[in-house]
Design a protein around this ligand. Sequence first.
Ligand SMILES: O=C(O)CCC(=O)C(=O)O
Ligand SMILES: [Fe+2]
Length: 194
Amino acid sequence: MDPFWEHPDEFVKKSATEVVPWFPMREGVMDFEEIEKNSTFMELTETILGEDWINLYCMSMFSKKGTKGQAWHQDCPPENANQFNLNRLVYTHDITREIGGQVIVVPGSHKKGVLPTGEPHADIEGQVVLTPKKGNIVFLHGHCWHRVLPVEGAYRISTNFRAMPKDTPEEITDIAVYRNIRYRFSTNEVIEER
Ligand SMILES: O=C(O)CCC(=O)C(=O)O
Ligand SMILES: [Fe+2]
């Protein structure tokens, strides 16, 4: 219930993102494989991404009580419209108003280029609030402007089976775009102040 922050303080503060990522399959915890290999899940993915799409990784994200959620971001830079990750978010418990942690998206923003600069958590016109229930899946384009509301209940978990279209570089999600920074995870570095 109280894991260490994985990310450096600078990232947590500047990005206003408080979430602890965990990659179960990298540690041989294979419980989630059943979802990854589910035929309907794979067919839906192929419909969205086309043939020869690539499975990236499975990442569970834990947020403890009283944390900020995730500020507006794009999971990867939007400059090349053909290169993106697809989030396949699976919720293993209900997200409720009491718990918080609703997902907010701007529909169509994956075609609007870079996330505008501004307050990391401020509302954006056209935003839509998603309140996923246990067993729901959210398919979310990595260029889509999205954020996660603060977590008020005991905890919040989402599990992301990231994928990408063929011919996309493996490190596609290394750089994320926030309203105030671009951040490179592999080197733990702010590469642009915005
Ligand atoms: O946890 C969520 O619901 C969304 C997380 C997110 O922004 C992501 O996985 O890219
Ligand atoms: Fe994201």
